[in-house]
Design a protein around this ligand. Sequence first.
Ligand code: BMA
Length: 341
Amino acid sequence: MSKTTIIGTSLPNIPWQDRPADDRTGLPLWRYSENPIIERNPAPGVARIFNSAVVPYEGAFIGAFRGEQTNGIPFIYLGHSSDGIHWTFDPDKIPFVDENGNPFMPKYAYDPRLVKIEDTYYIIWCQDFYGASIGIAKTTDFKTYTRIENPFVPFNRNAVLFPRKVNGNFMLLSRPSDSGHTPFGDIFLSQSPDMEFWGHHRHVMSKADEWWENVKIGGGAAPIETSEGWLLFYHGVTNTCNGFVYSIGGAILDIDCPSKVRYRCSTFLLTPQEWYEERGFVPNVCFPCATLQDPDSGKIAIYYGCADTYVGLAFTDVDTVVDYIKANSRVTQTDTEEGRR
Ligand code: BMA
């Protein structure tokens, strides 16, 4: 039994591999030996799949995948897997409908997160709304996907929903940005009673002094509920003479007031070092978008986009990662305060 408890539903068939004996990183995450799990040209007309999200579904797994079409436009595709590792994709993009049941397709859609809240699955992504902004849709059967009003005005990216309401409200992390390759950005929290009207915005945490997250940060996977608080895997970005580098960071947010950061790891948990992370359409990107976790064993599997080209899988367990985050935590005033000014 783990020291820190994951709160949620058992997942005995979680994809898993033990840490390799020759892992010399000293970090709490380790990679699946057969990464990347999704190769180039994975579906007709789709050149690359990356930055994607999965959930357990009917004893197997289902996911919302960013499919970069060969014409360069990203859309969201549904994927199916019996083991969380080998995936097949529907040939057509997810056919959203509007509130009246009429077809709705944004001009583009990327970086989906997929989160189950109560009996509904929500897909939340980045789309054009006179500029990059957030789109949301819901489904209960993975057949009909009904869009919900856009939560925010542009520009915004990296929207992540919490897996349950907190104090009666849905909770959403996002990263206000600009119209391009944003050179700044902090994580904010917004709240909604109905998934349509969002307010009571709070600042969660800023980019940090640490070199690997000193340009911008953004939410990654839906936070995992634990006995220590909400375990958040996010991305941190630095700049080099050769462009941005995206690493995976970790923080633990207060369970009842998630805009307060309890612990924030001063070091990255994973940074590009393998060929599929360093080489691709955009080199040096590790971009977490989803986790699977098993409360009984404490095992956690993390799905992350690699170099805007592939999907990779990394593993940890709740004690290893929580202990590491706590042992290396450095929080600032803007992290720990409620974030309301
Ligand atoms: C961000 C997003 C991500 C992408 C990353 C690196 O701005 O667009 O989709 O993985 O850049 O290119």
